[in-house]
Design a binder for this molecule. Structure first.
Ligand code: GTP
Ligand code: GTP
Ligand code: MG
Ligand code: MG
Lengths: 289, 268
């Protein structure tokens, strides 16, 4: 499943003669570089390689007939372990609330509507709430996208996202929707005022899922973004978007490592069906190139 | 002679970490580290700054015949529409007349979004219906720019991943359409890059440049914690000038690129 660069690097381990712990360490430095090139955070890559090294310099590997194959297997398995098992959406309450947060332009609004489609296919009755009162035409974007796909959307215009969220909650209880999806404004993890708004929305609507939407091409900064959103607001899961391109997606590893929260979905296009459930093996192969 | 041979591996490693953490990438970081090994450790930071300034100083041809047509391109969500609004206002403050062309006829809400920015910038706007051919809108916008005697025409396009050949061909057609109108058009083709982007930005520039021939870069979202260091391998490889930096979501959150300030932030 892993072709190309990483296999080449690891095959090279055994080439210069007997494999020693020192030779393995040298070779793993190359693996670390490949991870950084795949946008895995420098620190996360360092710690990951330490974990791999602990096992890769063991007697079992060094004395085996195919040590480089074993090391490749260790890297792949440790990556899958780190990325975590897939976990379903928590939809235990009625109504269940999902709140999307993340940086500007990550893909929240598009993902909100994709989630509505996903839930409808599962026999649920979702309601979309445009709680972004900041971005020009944000309301029109969500409303039009929702209506085009036949999903109900909260259409009352208000200039305060917290009050809007409360009003939407009231209306949805009356109309018996079983899943509420709150789309929020893009915000920086260092913008105190906007982080405060997100916290207040969360306190008002009590979501069972707060999903951090992260652009799949995010680089080293993924660690800062994820850590701040999780510590300040508290997230329950992650959605990686724009994975239909050729980004390696190392940000996935960084986000998962630093928050411990599950990756739930991958956005793989601009259309409503373009939402995939997270499969660790596939993402591991992609990051490892 | 023995002075030159002295290295400070700990300091080199610290510098390497700063550069890599800033998204400069393995290859370009290694280039800098190798260059630093050629000087005395006391001179590392000074030499690094020199190299960075040198690398980021790319000349830019900024004299064009009006109307100057700026075609904004880039992948999804990087800040193209917002940047056009801000640059429109920037030009208006310089007493230029500005026209916007809403050539993103695909994404929901795109035209409404650009219209709001046109009002903020004091610019006129040419748009069509959702689903119209973007090349046709560009064609009409240029005619309008000429007939209204406008100084600058800023064209918004739909976000598109560089890996989608159909969409890249649509973009090439927008360019060809303008080029057929007048052979110097569009005078500027600017790729908008999000500062939080990692090494994938290099592929983005590679493909957009191959397909269209880019004339410059706008780097957005520099108000976050990302350093935007990926522009170093980009500038090094494609020799493109960074023209503007986006520093927020408000109309005046745009600045002309200043290499020294960028480098200060990168090394801080
Ligand atoms: N190719 C691709 N494009 C996507 C994906 N998800 C979203 N997009 C596009 O990315 C751009 C930004 O998406 P939005 O949904 O507006 O992002 P947002 O997070 O709501 O943005 P803000 O509200 O401004 O923070 C749009 O052009 C979307 O069509 C994806 O999985 N793949
Ligand atoms: N913090 C910050 N946000 C920005 C900046 N530039 C744009 N944004 C935000 O990023 C989000 C996306 O901006 P858009 O202008 O819609 O991006 P786009 O490239 O036109 O997106 P598509 O047309 O969907 O591909 C919006 O929420 C903007 O307000 C910037 O410099 N700083
Ligand atoms: Mg949005
Ligand atoms: Mg746009």
């Amino acid at each position: 499943q892993i072709s190309g660069r990483l296999q080449k690097i690891i095959r090279n381990f055994g080439k210069k003669g007997r494999l020693t712990p020192e030779r393995v360490r040298e070779g793993l430095k190359e693996v670390r570089r490949a991870l950084i090139e795949a946008d895995v955070n420098v620190e996360v890559a360092r710690e990951f390689i330490k974990m791999v090294e602990a096992e890769a310099i063991g007697e079992k590997v060094l004395k085996s007939f195919t040590p480089s194959e074993m090391i490749l297997k260790i890297v792949y398995e440790k990556m899958i372990e780190l990325l975590g098992r897939p976990e379903p959406l928590r939809l235990d309450k009625t109504p269940s609330v999902i709140m999307l947060v993340g940086l500007q332009g990550a893909g929240k609004t598009t993902t909100a509507v994709k989630l509505a489609g996903f839930l409808k296919k599962k026999g649920r009755n979702p309601f979309l709430i445009p709680a972004d009162v900041k971005r020009p035409a944000a309301f029109e974007q969500l409303r039009d996208l929702a209506e085009r796909n036949g999903f109900p959307v909260f259409t009352k215009r208000m200039d305060n996202a917290v009050r809007l969220s409360k009003a939407a909650l009231t209306q949805s209880v009356l109309k018996r929707y079983d899943t509420l999806i709150f789309d929020t404004a893009g915000r920086l993890h260092i913008d105190e005022e906007m982080i405060d708004e997100a916290i207040k929305i969360k306190e008002s609507v009590k979501p069972s899922e707060v999903l951090l939407v992260v652009d799949g091409m995010t680089g080293q900064d993924a660690v800062n973004i994820a850590k701040e959103f999780d510590q300040k607001i508290g997230i329950t899961g992650v959605i990686l978007t724009k994975m239909d391109g050729d980004t390696r997606g190392g940000a996935a590893m960084s986000v998962r490592k630093v928050t411990g929260k599950p990756i739930k979905f991958l956005g793989v296009g601009e259309k409503m069906d373009d939402l995939e459930e997270f499969v660790p093996e596939r993402l591991a192969s992609r990051i490892l190139g | 002679a023995s002075m030159l041979r002295r290295k400070d591996p700990a300091l080199l490693e610290e510098i390497e970490d700063i550069l890599l953490s800033g998204d400069v990438g393995i290859e370009t970081t290694e280039f800098f580290i190798e260059e630093l090994k050629k000087v005395h450790p006391d001179k590392y930071l000074e030499r690094l700054r020199e190299l960075l300034v040198e690398m980021l100083s790319v000349p830019h041809e900024s004299v064009h015949n009006p109307p100057v047509v700026y075609l904004f391109v880039g992948v999804n969500g990087v800040g193209k529409t917002t940047t056009i609004g801000k640059i429109g206002l920037y030009f208006r403050k310089k007493k230029k007349s500005v026209l916007f062309a809403a050539c993103d006829t695909f994404r929901t809400g795109a035209q409404e979004q650009l219209k709001i920015w046109a009002d903020r910038a004091g610019a006129d706007i040419v748009s069509s219906q959702y689903g119209a051919d973007p090349s046709a809108v560009a064609f009409d916008a240029f005619d309008a720019a000429v007939s209204r005697g406008v100084d600058c025409l800023l064209i918004d396009t739909a976000g598109r991943l560089h890996t989608k050949t159909g969409l890249m061909e649509e973009m090439a057609k927008i360019k060809r359409t303008l080029n057929k109108k007048r052979e110097d058009l569009p005078q500027e083709i600017l790729i908008v890059i999000d500062a939080t982007t990692g090494q994938n930005a290099i592929h983005q520039v590679e493909i957009f440049n191959e397909k269209l021939g880019l004339t410059g870069i706008v780097l957005t979202k520099m108000d976050g914690t990302a350093k935007g260091g990926v522009i170093l391998p980009i500038v090094r490889r494609f020799n493109l000038p960074v023209l503007f930096i986006g520093t927020g979501e408000a109309p005046d959150d745009i600045e002309e690129f200043n290499p020294e300030e960028f480098i200060d932030a990168l090394l801080s």
